[in-house]
Design a protein around this ligand. Structure first.
Ligand SMILES: Nc1ncnc2c1ncn2[C@@H]1O[C@H](COP(=O)(O)OP(=O)(O)OP(=O)(O)O)[C@@H](O)[C@H]1O
Ligand SMILES: [Mg+2]
Length: 149
């Protein structure tokens, strides 16, 4: 299932994140793609806030991953620097863990991903406008469909 929508501004991105957060549960995997500055981290910040995380969510580009402990934990991964190798970094345990895994630049670690996940690709259209291509397989297909309107 593939859905393409447009968000006009940060508020609409926040609203989209809030809707995605309403589906969040243990083991939920959200993969984010798009160029530098497209809005992956910004979306994750809104998602975390909607999940009730009060801590500031920053880009984990240099740390690769940050854990936000919460009733439903958030594992925020940025695989930008992992192209071609993950070393002995234990990503799997988080991606298949008891929280929500959000992975920026997920195509760099495709071999670690589960068979089914929700993905959003952000494309810069204008200063505050973004195109969001949302895809999901298995149980995520229904979510991708719901996000179309
Ligand atoms: N509608 C919008 N949705 C998301 N971000 C927006 C929107 N409008 C403006 N922005 C701005 O675009 C920038 C997106 O930066 P962000 O760090 O989220 O990108 P990124 O995709 O995570 O980049 P990187 O690949 O470097 O991690 C932010 O400065 C944000 O405020
Ligand atoms: Mg980022």
């Amino acid at each position: 299932m593939k859905t393409v929508i447009h968000v006009e501004n940060l508020e609409e991105t926040a609203k989209l994140a809030e809707t995605v957060a309403s589906y969040a549960k243990p083991g939920f995997v959200l993969c984010l793609a798009g160029d530098l500055g497209a809005g992956k981290t910004t979306f994750t910040q809104f998602l975390g806030a909607s999940m009730g995380i009060e801590e500031t969510i920053n880009s984990p580009t240099f740390t690769i991953m940050k854990v936000y402990d919460h009733s439903l934990p958030l594992y925020h991964i940025d695989a930008y620097r992992l192209e071609g190798q993950t070393g002995d970094f234990e990503l799997e345990e988080y991606i298949h863990g008891d929280g929500v895994a959000v992975i920026e630049w997920y195509r760099n670690i495709e071999e670690y991903l589960p068979a089914e996940y929700l993905s959003i690709e952000f494309k810069w259209i204008g200063e505050t406008k973004r195109q969001c291509t949302i895809e999901g397989s298995g149980p995520y297909a229904e979510i991708a469909k719901t996000l179309s309107n």
